[in-house]
Design a protein around this ligand. Structure first.
Ligand code: SF4
Ligand code: SF4
Length: 280
């Protein structure tokens, strides 16, 4: 279990606890302010540029920066990779799902890509949607700022299956931990959080509570799983013509599983896989 499960999940998966999505948490003024200011494009662009500069800094500076950033982000805005079956469980108890444009893609691609979802326990989004309305609407809703796009659970699941086919990794996000207000669909080239965590080793999200493994007898060695893994965890064994997952690198997103036509990949509980159990 990740440290958020221990602190905010009462020993279960923290993102499956309804209390972490509650309206009560939104009464906190600091949290509301943080959410309102979240769409500030200048701050995000500065963060992105800072990450690129970090690579040129001496090792000890990078190390200090990593530790300070991770500690701070765990308090304000931290994520975790979540496979699609747990996304479905979250949608099972949330009552409102709102789709908005992804702020990272706005900055990096200059395009509106509706890959992010606001979730709430209250019908019509409750206070959370109210707060988002007070933020920069053009950022969340693109050129059409008239309203938020609301999805039913079935529509949301169908959208997530489509994101999964695109190879995007599902992640939940806190807005002043432990409140969870969003689920994103990330890729390494465009998503600031994923680049920060994976490319620059400045962690702002946990790996999933799972890791993948190949069922060797079923694998035909087609290498489709290698093509979609954004974390470099899959290699190919030329000698036995099978895919091999290095569980030390696996983030447990399950995207490789979804492209495997032979059902040769399964997700295991991270805690039961000794080599990965303490890797977050
Ligand atoms: S996609 Fe499935 S069958 Fe193909 S190499 Fe990967 S595990 Fe094997
Ligand atoms: S091996 Fe599969 S589950 Fe693990 S990170 Fe890569 S795509 Fe995700």
């Amino acid at each position: 279990m990740c440290e958020f499960c221990l602190k905010h999940g009462e020993g279960e998966k923290w993102y499956l606890q309804a209390k972490n999505y509650s309206e009560d948490l939104l009464s906190d003024i600091e949290r509301r302010k943080f959410i309102e200011e979240f769409s500030n494009p200048d701050a995000l662009a500065r963060g992105s540029a800072g990450l690129e500069r970090l690579g040129k800094a001496p090792a000890f500076i990078r190390d200090i920066f990593r530790r300070i950033t991770a500690r701070k982000m765990k308090k304000v805005h931290f994520g975790q990779v979540v496979p699609i079956e747990d996304i479905e469980r979250i949608f099972g108890f949330t009552n409102s799902i709102t789709r908005v444009a992804c702020v990272c893609r706005r900055i990096n691609l200059g395009e509106e890509k509706r890959y992010c979802y606001g979730i709430s326990l209250s019908p019509d989004g409750g206070k959370f949607t109210g707060i988002l309305r007070g933020a920069d609407n053009s950022f969340f809703n693109g050129p059409d700022t008239s309203g938020f796009e609301t999805l039913t659970r079935d529509e949301a699941m169908s959208a997530f299956r489509s994101h999964e086919r695109e190879g995007l990794c599902h992640t939940v996000w806190t807005f002043h931990t432990p409140f969870i207000g969003g689920i994103c669909n990330c890729d390494r080239s465009d998503c600031l959080a994923m680049r920060s965590t994976v490319t620059h080793a400045v962690p702002v999200m946990f790996r999933a509570e799972y890791v993948a493994e190949v069922i060797s007898e079923e694998c035909t060695g087609c290498r489709e799983c290698m093509r979609v893994c954004q974390f470099g965890a899959v290699t190919y064994s030329a000698s036995n013509k099978k895919a091999v997952i290095d569980q030390r690198w696996c983030y447990g997103c399950g995207i490789c599983r979804s492209v495997c036509r032979k059902n040769a990949i399964r997700l295991e509980d991270r805690s039961k896989v000794p080599v990965a159990a303490k890797l977050w």
